[in-house]
Design a protein around this ligand. Sequence first.
Ligand code: DOR
Ligand code: ZN
Length: 343
Amino acid sequence: MQTLEITRPDDWHVHLRDGAELAAVAGHTARRFARAIVMPNLLPPVTTTAQAAAYRDRIRAALPPSSEFEPLMTLYLTDRTTPEEIARAGASGIVHAVKLYPAGATTHSDAGVTAIERTQAVLETMAATGLVLSVHGEVTAAQVDVFDREVAFIDSVLAPLIERLPDLRIVFEHITTRAAVDFVLAAPVTVAATITPQHLLLNRNALFAGGLRPHHYCLPVLKRERDREALVGAATGGSPKFFLGTDSAPHAEAAKLADCGCAGCYTAVAALELYAEVFEDAGALARLEGFASWFGADFYRLPRNRERLTLVREPWRIPPWLPLGGGRLIPLRADTTCRWRLA
Ligand code: DOR
Ligand code: ZN
């Protein structure tokens, strides 16, 4: 039987939610990953270091005391975030990034930034303190086609931002397009990107395969096959600018199957295993370790994990659903076979 032993990986972008949902999902992430960058888009959002510390305590309390999982916290950037709060976050040792959501771009982004210029003083403090800016890279203007929003963001926001703040480290989150891959490759070393399993496995046809497929709807939305191919090339190509970030985002089944269904794919229950399939299909299993376990830690200036993790090439069934509070959570690839499993 084929096995693959790698440095224990980290997830550089995950949504763990709170309360009963947190209790239902945290174990899936903690079983696979040593650490995770935890997104701050709770209701209300995590905007202060004190809130991040309290949220971190709730995450640890949702896991067994024996768990060594380390939540890496983030703050939610708003028009009103102050340089003082950023300085506190930078000194805290528990906050590692600040998340930029353009207002209205996605789930719980209403409190996000309305104009990036308003955050200039805060971004300068981040560059000075070494905090990473984590970016949801989509414009929100109604006249911009939903499939073009990432590319428009590169031109109108991201490229000028990098020029204005050459010392600020930026993670372009969950990139979805060939244009984003090319942009990140050409950008300075201060710029990196995360890539999700769904954007590596699926193209936008998956949204309409035989009918409307709400469980394939996430933001940024899936793109064309040529974009997916470019993402696979980036993830499996060995460049340290691309690393693992699942964007695993649980929503109750009822919230997905609604008149206005929520955006998000839940992958945490099989995340590393799904990435392994992608790398195997690309003939690049030997490069999974860099993508999953090294490059993110290096970019965030954190030590690489010392523990190891073994994957076994043995088929298992991804569950058809998982309990989530009182409801059900449908994972990506529900009730299908995954070729790799955790040892
Ligand atoms: O699909 C998504 N779901 N994209 C995001 O940016 C947010 C996330 C969520 O929080 O549900
Ligand atoms: Zn996300």
